[in-house]
Design a protein around this ligand. Structure first.
Ligand SMILES: *Cc1c(COP(=O)(O)O)cnc(C)c1O
Length: 497
């Protein structure tokens, strides 16, 4: 396969501030600055400090930026754990309906029945999919859903009188857990205890048995786990956790591997989050927006964030603020409604048979891919894969210094986004690959060809890649540690202040 079939646009594009033409000319488009909002003078600004750029130039600026970006609409994007699937564009116009966009969040319930009905339907659909009866749509991301759930677990044990420095003070996570799991538990005030995985990549049941006690408030697990392997012992795990008096938490990021096959409620989980921006629509590249609804058992329901949508006796939808046991609001108003509407549209478009097919196709695609590359990129353990899998580039790394990072960067030259690299950290030189159900056989074969030919290429070339993208080897550690996200920050950086 020829890596030069892909070439990204490479514009020498200045920032909008460099294109600033100064004060806007007088004319039909001139906006006078007025203080219509009646802000106190000390808060009202004369200028807002945004550049004046002709509309045509602005459009070109944004189009050029898009041409220098790689997205799921450009090519295959097998970023494991993130579920970057192509979503049909059908939910977009629905989420942009003026009747939805223009509803004021403080509108009276009787004037907002349409949107409340949609949110109610989504709560019902998620309860059915999760096998857990009560849902709050409020959290803005999976990570916030985890935090909310850990706060709820804490409040529940507080009400039971079991929280102390020695009891229900700890949350157990496997070493393959997503980094947000221990972070959320710690933010909710728990100590975090990590347990090692077994050699098969699954929870080591013996280690779990040894770890849980009356100190344990919850065990956090994703199933299938981060290696894309279904935890066969999940019922035993649930029993161990419940026998210790603790709660079992389901990280829903991998839900697209089990839709219509099983569900967290049936597996014995007490509480979970959904990443609707992974499983149901709105791929979350670029960091948002997302939504992380939480579902739970009857016992935990009073602690859910509010408001939640309920159906009144007269058939009208109402916002329910719960009682003093609720952990309260964690996001403005009803959550990220636009993302929630897209998720409902996706769920309704597929229906329950369709969602089952989504899972079957995602799992078949991952296994097809794995079978074709496993000789060059082996996986730890021989367990059957679900919707994603983790392989290692350790062989290539030892042979010629081409590791997971180099393979990922070189894939870009083939017009394919890098998989997740160096995660999970319990596998050396790991590449975590998730094709999703939306990639065609042709696209999967192209990914296989690219991965195999990179293994045969001159190591010196691969180490310098990418060549065909707008930016080459960026210093991502520097970028992550010193983010310059606003023009003010860039200026301050330039002034050295
Ligand atoms: C993505 C992910 C999360 C966090 O979800 P966000 O919506 O990105 O905050 C948590 N756990 C796993 C396994 C994930 O893949």
């Amino acid at each position: 396969m020829d890596p030069d079939t892909f070439r990204q646009a490479r514009w020498d594009e200045p920032t909008l501030f460099d294109l600033d033409e100064g004060p806007a000319p007088e004319g039909p488009f001139d906006h006078e600055t007025t203080n219509e909002a009646n802000l106190p003078d000390e808060h009202a600004r004369e200028t807002v400090g945004i550049p004046t750029v002709p509309r045509s130039r602005l459009t070109r600026h944004l189009t050029r930026q898009a041409q220098m970006t790689f997205g799921v609409d450009t090519g295959t994007y097998p970023l494991g754990s993130c579920t970057m699937k192509y979503n049909a564009k059908m939910p977009e116009p629905l989420a942009h309906e003026p009747d939805l966009l223009n509803v004021h969040p403080l509108a009276r319930e009787e004037d907002a029945q349409g949107i409340l009905a949609l949110l109610y339907q989504l709560q019902e659909a998620l309860a059915a999919i999760g096998g857990l009866p009560h849902v709050s749509l409020q959290p803005a991301a999976g990570a916030q859903g985890e935090f909310v759930a850990m706060r709820m677990v804490r409040e529940r044990f507080r009400d039971l009188g079991e929280i102390s420095e020695e009891t229900r003070c700890e949350v157990v996570v496997p070493d393959s857990a997503h980094g947000t799991n221990p972070a959320s538990a710690a933010m909710a005030g728990f100590e975090v205890l990590e347990i090692p995985s077994g050699s098969d990549g699954c929870v080591d049941v013996k280690a779990l048995e040894d770890a849980v006690s009356e100190r344990t408030a919850a065990f956090m697990l994703t199933n299938p786990n981060t290696l894309g392997i279904f935890e066969r012992d999940v019922e035993k795990i649930a029993e161990i956790v419940h026998d210790a008096g603790a709660m079992l938490y389901y990280d829903g990021a991998n839900l697209n591997a089990i839709l219509g096959k099983t569900n967290p409620g049936a597996m014995g989980f007490d509480i979970m989050h959904f990443n609707v921006h992974k499983t149901f629509a709105t791929p979350h590249g670029g960091g948002g927006p997302g939504a992380g609804p939480v579902a739970c058992t009857e016992e935990l329901a009073p602690y859910l964030p509010v408001p939640r949508v309920k159906k009144g006796k007269d058939g009208l939808y109402v916002l329910d603020d719960g009682d003093e046991r609720s952990i309260g609001a964690v996001k403005g108003f009803h959550g990220n409604v636009g993302v929630l509407v897209r998720a409902l549209a996706y769920i309704r478009q597929h229906g329950s048979d369709g969602l089952t097919r989504v899972t079957e196709t995602a799992v078949a695609n991952a296994n097809y891919l794995y079978q074709r590359i496993k000789d060059a990129y082996p996986a730890p353990g021989e367990a059957l894969k679900k919707h994603e899998f983790v392989v290692t580039a350790e062989g290539l790394w030892e042979e010629n210094g081409v590791g997971a990072t180099e393979v990922g960067k070189r894939l870009l030259d083939y017009g394919i986004h890098a998989p997740t690299v160096h995660f999970p950290i319990n596998v050396k030189e790991s590449l975590m690959i998730e094709p999703t159900e939306t990639e065609t056989r042709e696209a999967l074969d192209a990914l296989v060809d690219a991965l195999l030919s990179i293994g045969d290429e001159a190591p010196g070339v691969v180490r310098e890649a990418p060549f065909n993208t707008a930016a080459g080897r960026v210093d991502d550690v520097h970028a992550a540690r010193n983010p310059l996200l606003t023009w003010d920050q860039v200026q301050r950086d330039q002034d050295g202040s």
